[in-house]
Design a protein around this ligand. Structure first.
Ligand code: UDP
Ligand code: MG
Length: 309
């Protein structure tokens, strides 16, 4: 029996691109030997996206349409699509053709050769503003420095995942989702595939700065307790500096008169440092509570090897 490939496409106000996106995806997928399903997720679009997607669903048995009650955001749309997917491998791709569908056969080939995740890595970006390129470049470096987990740089959500990975992802119910980080966190054999990020086929970005900042914050907060660590260290250093200054002043007092405001500085340093230290220590508990709340699996098993005798 041939394998099934599911392709998940989130849609938010994409009436200008959905037709071309469907055409190019179908051309690529129908030429492959595997069976396929195309899962469109309409994320509360306010334009004509739903009726266009509905037409596609009615005329093509490969198409599945998930229609959201309102706009829940890209990460939720992708999550819903992945949950509906029945495939042995699931591909996530943007609707605007910035991620080239023509790369899918190569991803499937890598999957057949043993990769369990194939993630698209952008070697360059076309047609995006200098601001977007610069902030994206810096963000992935800050994320790398702050994150407790190494998330591959310059990757979006364009990727193929094996069924095993999809099942683990489905068992990660956290609300603030940073999928590219979550997929990286699960482990398994992950391989990059490099590509040039094309220009948007039509329309404009559905990721305004506000949504982008939320995603960026989710990436850092969900994967790192380091901000609390920075607070702890700063507090600790200030506290010790305050104490040392105080000690130095006491010693100096044996030899000479010391002006009063130096004591005030020592006290401010010590008390301020202690405050920060206490806050940072609370962070340790917050981190642990957050870990519990995320409810991620404790460990992930690829397979148990057991000799059945
Ligand atoms: N998208 C979505 N919900 C949103 C915002 C975006 O489903 O609230 C979809 C959008 O239709 C597209 C993908 O997510 O298929 C990526 O969005 P976009 O191309 O606008 O982001 P950019 O490439 O500019 O970062
Ligand atoms: Mg885009």
């Amino acid at each position: 029996m041939s394998e099934l490939i599911s392709v998940v496409v989130p849609l938010y106000n994409e009436e200008e691109v959905i037709g071309e996106s469907y055409r190019r995806l179908t051309a690529v997928l129908s030429a492959m030997e595997e069976d396929y399903e195309l899962i469109f997720v309409n994320d509360g679009s306010r334009d004509n996206t739903f009726s266009l997607a509905k037409q596609l669903e009615e005329n093509d048995p490969h198409v599945v349409l998930v229609d959201f009650a309102r706009n829940f955001g890209h990460q939720m749309a992708v999550t819903a699509g992945v949950e509906q997917a029945k495939g042995d491998a699931v591909v996530i791709i943007d609707a605007d053709l910035q991620d080239p569908p023509e790369l899918i056969p190569q991803m499937v080939e890598m999957w057949k050769n043993g990769a369990e995740v194939v993630y698209g890595k952008r070697v360059s970006r076309k047609g995006e503003s200098a601001f977007k390129k610069m902030t994206a470049f810096c963000y992935y470096r800050v994320l790398d420095a702050l994150s407790g987990w190494k998330i591959p740089k310059d990757t979006g959500d364009f990727r193929l995942m094996d069924r095993r990975v999809v099942d683990v992802l489905r068992a990660m119910p956290e609300h603030n989702r940073f999928l590219r980080g979550m997929v990286s966190w699960v482990g398994f054999r992950q391989e990059p595939i490099e590509f040039v990020r094309e220009e948007r086929f039509a329309g404009e970005t559905k990721y305004p700065l506000k949504k982008m900042l939320k995603l960026a914050a989710d990436g850092i907060i969900s994967f790192s307790g380091k901000p609390f660590g920075i607070i702890r260290w700063t507090g600790g250093v200030l506290f010790v500096a305050g104490l040392l200054l105080f000690l130095a002043l006491l010693i100096a007092l044996a030899f000479t008169a010391v002006s009063g405001w130096l004591y005030v500085i020592a006290a401010i340093l010590a008390v301020g440092g202690l405050n920060l230290l206490a806050l940072g220590l609370c962070g340790v508990y917050f981190e642990r509570m957050y870990d519990e709340l995320k409810g991620r699996p404790l460990y992930i098993v690829r397979k148990v090897h057991r000799d059945c005798k």
